[in-house]
Every structure is written in structure tokens, then in C-alpha cells.
Design a protein around this ligand. Sequence first.
Ligand SMILES: [Zn+2]
Length: 453
Amino acid sequence: MQKIWGKRVLLPDGWAQDTEININQMGQIDSIVTDTSPSGLEFDTLLPAPMNLHSHCFQRAMTGLSETSTHQSNDFWSWREFMYKFLNAISPENFEAICAFAQMEMLEAGYGGLTEFHYVHNDLAGNRYNDRSEMSQRVINASCLSGIGLTLLPVLYEHGGISGSPLISGQDRFGLNFEEYYNLVDQLNSSTKNFSDVKVGVAAHSLRAVKAESLIELEKQFAGYPIHIHVAEQVKEVQEIEQNWGRTPIEWLIENTNLNHDWCLIHCTQMSDMEATELAKSGAVIALCPITEANLGDGIFNGKTWLEAGGRFGIGTDSNVSISLFGELKMLEYSQRLKQKSRLAMKTGIDLSIGRELFDWILEGGAMSSGRKCGLIKESYWADILALDLTSMHYSHLKDDEKLNYIIFSESRNVINSVFSAGRHVVNNGQHCRRKDIESAYKKALKQISKIL
Ligand SMILES: [Zn+2]
């Protein structure tokens, strides 16, 4: 039994003092004792470590490169062109090295688990690997190395555009037909059955990349799985769906699928207030990726309407252009303030600080949409725990909830001491336990990629 102790610990019913957490061999929380003297590893502040709800790990290695362009005007679609070109330089070995590096940075940023939206299935020429799970296995291998808890979402991607156009260069690494996809999920379920905290979910890339009947079949065949999809990210995407399918993407999903809490809709940055109100009734969660959405010029989510309608959300690092848990929360709240011309824009109650409310939202949304038993420091939950050092003078006069405000809006130092993912103590003194090896493989991958690009 592993013991960790915190001077202050965020439990489901609020802050507790001098609290011991006992973690069993499996990595689950076995028992919690409050108001007790220090024992085991001692920390200042312990919080549940949130789930990163949406990511494409390989895009971590595009950072810097994708900010240069020969186009006159640049937008999401020109960024996407570069991403396709970039993929033509990524071997399975390099893909795995990049994934491990991104996952390591996620842990160092305070995330306890990752929901990876994984759509790179085929080889560099766009042909199927003999083992269809080759690239999925690379994500799993990386998670074994980084120690991050994983929900893997293999993604269905059938065609190049809304009209059913063929996959173009770059996209051909994504394509699988429904039968191949079904078999891939089946294979991944078998290969991960002995991994206690690797979970398999399902995903469709977007309405523009799959057939309507395939999406309906996906929901039917994999009932009860987490099911994710990119939705209403870009104006052009919404217009295309509306012109071809007679409904906006969100309207179409509401009318044609059984949206519920298993569904996670990613982005929704182009959603009307009316759609937000209707969508919230379904129980579906929205995955917001504020830093990437700003980087790609996606637009700003209508947070006020979503929260007023009772909607839930989590956050993801998406393109991994900057992997920062507290940075995502700052970007989210500030973009909402700019949109609404108000302060404390995502605040719904009067009891808690905005920092605490944002943190609670992402814990709940992340747990719901990943299918991972996390988000609470509670018996039988995975010990996904974030240990912070808040002993500097800046925190001395603040109440516990106010400390979260300071971390999100004002902290410039790294206050993350440790991160545990299912009890694995993967980050200690702010650094990942395998940083040297993971970094060295990543450097090698970058060198090889730069020769090809
Ligand atoms: Zn995405």
C-alpha cells in the first residue's frame, strides 16, 4: 500500500486538512483519513489530476513549423494542409516517440490521464498495415512508457469531404471502411484487456469525413462506449453540412442520433445559442480546447448559454501547440470575458471562486467523457492525483479556492511538484521520471523528420 499525505486536499465535499490517502497495488484509492499526522510522501496541496479530454499527440512535433506559411491568407484549412504534409514524414517509430514526449509533457502539466483521438491508421503510402492496429499500438506503447492513463479512441475516417470525395494525400493515412474499423476496435479490446487503466472508446472524425449511416451504425454497434466527434469547429464546415445534409452539424446530431452522456462533442465553437440550449438537454459533454482553438482561429464557444442551459464541459490540448493545464483554463476564461465584455464569465454560482469552478467543471467533464473512473479523490477511484507546492508568500493570505485563481491567472513559476496516474508516481519535483530517455528518442525523431520535410 502506497501512502501520500497532504496538508490540504480537495475531496468530493470540499477541502480537508492533514489528509492521508492510501493507494492499493492496482493504483486505486483504498482509503482516506482526514485530520491525521503526516505519513508516507508529504505534500502541501493535493487535487484530483484532470483528464486531458482531446488530443492528437503527433501534432506536438509540428509546433513552430505550422506558424510559417507561404500562403497570402492563413486559416484552419491552410494549417490542415501543412498537417497532411507533415504526416508524410512520420514513421511508426517516430510517431511513438512523439506520442511519448507529448504524454510526458501532459503529465508534467498536471493531467492525470489522456483521451487520445487517434486517426492515423495507415502507412506512409496510405496502404493498410498487415497489423491494422500498428499505429494504435504505438499510442499504447507510448502510454506504457510515459505512464499516463489512457482512453484510446480509434477514429473512423471514410472519405475526404462532405460529398464523399476520395481521400487526398495525407488523409489516406486515416482511411478505414466500417468493417475494418469494427475489427480494429475489436482487436484493441483484446490487446488491452490486461492493461488495467487503458480503455478503448470510439470516434468519428467529423460529419464531413464519415457517411451518415456509418455514424448511426457506430453508435449502435458500440453502445455504452465513450463516443467522440469533432463538431462545429469552423464556419465552412457548418455551411457545408447545412448545404448537403439540410441541417447544421449540431441540429443533425440532435435529430439523428441518441445523444447522451456517452457522447463528447469537440469544439462547438460555431454553435448558436439555440443549438447550445437544445444540445445541453441531451447530457452530451463538450470538449473545449481553448489554446488550440485560439491558435487555429476557430472562434469562441458560447459558454454563457451553455452553462445556463446546464451543459457540461472538459478540456483538451488538441494540437498540443502548448501543453498547459492551467494555461487552457486561463485562455478559456479570458476568451469568454472578451466575448461577453464581463468578468468571471464562466462563473455560475456564488459560493466558489472562478478558479475552483473551472477546475470542478473539467474534472467532471473529463471523467464523464473518457469513461475513466477519475476526477475525485475518493475510495475505489483511480489515484490520479496532482500535488502542488503552494507555500510561497503569494498564497499565504488566500483561501483554498482563491489559490486556484492565483495559479490560473497569475502564477509564473511551476508549482507542480508531483503527478500520480493510477498511483504511478510519474512526475516528481516537477519532472517526469523518464524524461531523459523520452527526450532523447524525441530528439532523434525530430532530426529524422526535418530531413524529410
Ligand atoms: Zn481535434
